[in-house]
Design a protein around this ligand. Structure first.
Ligand SMILES: *Cc1c(COP(=O)(O)O)cnc(C)c1O
Length: 381
């Protein structure tokens, strides 16, 4: 494309976020280097404790990334090849990938058109005698309908594994007014500290969370080569650790997580205000029973104009992303006799119409106005 303007702002501005807390981060990294406790150092234990407190959950088990967290969780639950695991068709591939890797059968179901979360009626319709678990995904930063999902799980005796890679810090609000943090409602929660996530480190990282002592012990053992004590291996495990340097960085950033969430919510409100009147797009709907931590701010663009809008934004130096362009059931790796094109109309429609705008902690009024004015300009051309 000729004559592309310099980028107004990246999708995620990690550089300016870092510069604001540079001295703290640099000191934390240097401390790990000075101690040379690179693996399982004190920073890892400290982060575990700090995150347990923040989430108000009994156990946090740090691990190498969010995909590992999901895999370790499913291994700890004792799921066996042939067991069916129900998850959303509209999600990042990692969710379904680990199900397949473990020889379990991913059973994909459609999502809700406004809030993008897994459709609870569709879950119930797909429960069979082989179903063992449900993996709701708290997509883009707000919780799936956890109260209804937990009721289903109880009724059919199923495990619930929350994929909380995108919604750390979000609150789920129960009918009785009680609140729990996303990831601490099901039997196990999994999250990712990939740099662009809401709580991101400077490389890969992840964690599992649970209130169940026995499951926590199993996850810890599996993440560490199935070791019950050094050189004693009770079960088949994996090697999945959070590096001390990453934990030290996360210890600093966790202190700012609530502020970061507020900055994202502020940006989302600004986007809303400018775009809610525009009939050609639909602003992201909010769940009634969840706060929204805006991992993504995702529009639905009507009348097949999504790709043209994206191109126009790009020509004006404004990045945008399509999360996600292809439904899982239409990906080669996940092809199955179970599904064909047309089976998940909501997901298929979303993949053709969603557009995520820059969303991060460093947005300001000027940047947002430029972005929203450019979108309005496109439709008035
Ligand atoms: C990022 C992400 C993961 C995987 O996390 P990694 O740390 O990249 O392995 C899993 N599920 C969802 C929904 C994600 O967004």
């Amino acid at each position: 494309m000729a004559d592309v303007k310099t980028l107004l702002t990246p999708m995620v501005d990690l550089k300016n976020q870092y510069l604001k807390i540079k001295s703290e981060i640099d000191a934390a990294i240097q401390e790990v280097i000075d101690s040379t406790a690179f693996i399982n150092g004190p920073a890892v234990k400290a982060f575990q404790n700090n995150l347990e407190k923040y989430l108000n959950v009994k156990h946090v088990i740090p691990c190498a990334n969010g995909t590992d967290a999901l895999q370790i969780a499913m291994m700890a639950l004792g799921l066996k090849p042939g067991d069916e695991v129900i998850t959303a068709d509209f999600t990042y591939v990692a969710t379904a990938e680990v199900i397949g890797l473990l020889g379990l059968t991913p059973v994909l179901v459609d999502v809700n058109p406004d809030t993008f979360d897994i459709n609870v009626e569709a879950i119930e319709k797909n429960i069979t005698s082989k179903t063992k678990a449900i993996v709701p995904v708290h997509l883009f930063g707000q919780c799936a309908n956890m109260e209804a999902i937990m009721q289903l799980a109880e009724k059919y005796n199923l495990y619930v594994i929350e994929d909380n890679a995108q919604a750390i810090g979000a609150d789920y609000i129960f009918s009785n007014g009680g609140r729990k943090k996303a990831g601490t409602i099901g039997h196990i929660g999994c999250t990712s500290f990939f740099p662009s996530k809401n709580l991101g480190c400077f490389g890969d990282g992840g964690a599992i969370m649970t209130n169940d002592d026995e499951l926590a012990a199993k996850c810890r053992m599996i993440a560490s080569h199935g070791q019950s004590k050094q050189y004693v291996h009770d079960v088949l495990g994996v090697n999945s650790r959070l590096d001390s340097i990453q934990a030290a960085i996360l210890n600093v950033k966790l202190k700012y997580l609530d502020k970061y969430i507020e900055a994202r919510q502020w940006a989302a409100d600004m986007y809303d205000r400018a775009l809610s009147q525009l009939s050609e797009v639909k602003i992201p709907a909010r769940q009634k029973k969840s706060t929204h931590v805006f991992h993504q701010y995702t529009l639905q663009v009507k009348n097949g104009k999504r790709d043209a809008l994206r191109e126009y934004l790009q020509s004006q130096g404004i990045p945008s992303m399509i999360y996600y362009p292809i439904p899982l059931h239409l990906q080669k790796a996940y092809q199955s006799d179970r599904y064909k094109e047309g089976d998940f109309p909501v997901t298929e429609q979303l993949c053709n119409s969603v557009l995520s705008l820059p969303m991060h902690t460093e947005l300001n009024e000027e940047i947002i106005h430029t972005i929203t004015n450019t979108i309005i300009q496109f439709f008035n051309k």
